[in-house]
Design a protein around this ligand. Structure first.
Ligand SMILES: Cc1cc2nc3c(=O)[nH]c(=O)nc-3n(C[C@H](O)[C@H](O)[C@H](O)COP(=O)(O)OP(=O)(O)OC[C@H]3O[C@@H](n4cnc5c(N)ncnc54)[C@H](O)[C@@H]3O)c2cc1C
Length: 277
């Protein structure tokens, strides 16, 4: 890490006048800060690895290593093409980008209603860059288990439209869907009967029909928000923020008026600027 940081500093000086490079190197630097920041979080709160961080959100789901939804998710057989493509690609290569890690976890916990623990273990075993200090806070955040962050539930159909508009990635990793034209690859269960014969594809036979993952996700999102609203839950959230939030001085350059009692910007689990693209 020291070598990387020192080299980065040299490069930042060298490319100070090149706006695009300077911006890229700044972004990379900030991720290295996140890396250490997250590792420190696990040092401060080692139970993050085993226990749902927010007390009001514990005990909602069983840890079940044999759950059929979990098995399907691990095999890339959920019936949701982008989820399955990402899982199969990750299994083959050991790496997937931030957004797709977040979507895989969000689908397991919100879309399939699984406890985060087993999915986290599975991803940890697959990642070549597995780092518990980064992994577990990210898992808890993406599963809505911190109780303090805005909940981000990634809709895999929208993600496919945004990130794989031609359906090329899906067709590569889920070849059962490659005979379909691109507009049906992200949601093959909806292929009209009239077209099934033409493309030689039958939903439920050639590829699984998914659960109603959108309704499942709505259910969990609503429940989690309700549980976070009680006075005890709010107190617990405050305690979590005080213990684990990163505290950054607001940037003077932004020129925003800052209240005296709000001098520090709280970035719990990288709440802002943590989207990573
Ligand atoms: C559910 C989930 C699990 C994750 N598990 C891991 C993990 O086990 N190990 C891991 O290194 N990253 C993990 N990440 C963070 C992130 O996805 C990877 O670090 C990133 O994909 C690495 O991409 P890159 O090599 O292009 O690095 P860049 O994006 O170029 O970043 C450079 C380095 O900064 C660090 N970094 C980047 N993004 C983050 C982040 N969001 N939080 C903290 N540090 C970051 C990493 O050390 C990375 O190698 C996880 C993210 C999610 C959503």
């Amino acid at each position: 890490m020291r070598e990387v940081v020192q080299s980065l500093r040299r490069q930042r000086q060298k490319h100070a006048d090149d706006t695009a490079w300077a911006r890229s190197l700044r972004a990379f630097t900030s991720r290295l800060y996140w890396h250490c920041h997250f590792i420190q979080k696990l040092e401060s709160e080692p139970s993050i690895e085993h226990q749902t961080l927010h007390p009001a959100l514990r005990g909602l789901r069983e840890r079940d290593p044999e759950h059929p939804h979990l098995i399907a998710w691990k095999r890339g057989q959920t019936g949701v093409p982008l989820v399955d493509a990402c899982m199969r690609s990750l299994t083959a290569t050991g790496w997937i980008n931030f957004r797709m890690r977040a979507m895989l976890l969000s689908h397991a916990t919100f879309g399939l209603g699984l406890h985060w623990y087993e999915p986290a273990l599975h991803l940890a075993r697959l990642f070549t860059d597995f780092e518990p200090g980064i992994h577990y806070p990210q898992v808890q955040m993406q599963a809505g288990a911190t109780g303090t962050n805005a909940m981000r539930v990634y809709n895999p159909i929208k993600q496919a439209e945004d990130n794989d508009p031609t359906g090329e990635f899906i067709a590569r990793w889920v070849p059962e869907l490659s005979p379909l034209p691109q507009e049906w690859r992200a949601k093959p269960w909806a292929l009209p009967e009239s077209l099934q014969k033409r493309f030689g594809f039958q939903p439920g036979v050639d590829y699984p029909i998914p659960n109603d993952f959108e309704a499942e996700a709505r259910h969990w999102k609503k429940l989690l928000y309700e549980l976070r609203r009680t006075p005890e839950a709010r107190d617990a959230s405050q305690a979590i923020v005080e213990k684990l939030a990163s505290q950054r001085r607001p940037s003077a350059r932004r020129g925003k008026k800052v209240e005296a009692d709000n001098r520090q910007q709280l970035l719990l689990f990288g709440e802002s600027g943590m989207g990573n693209g």
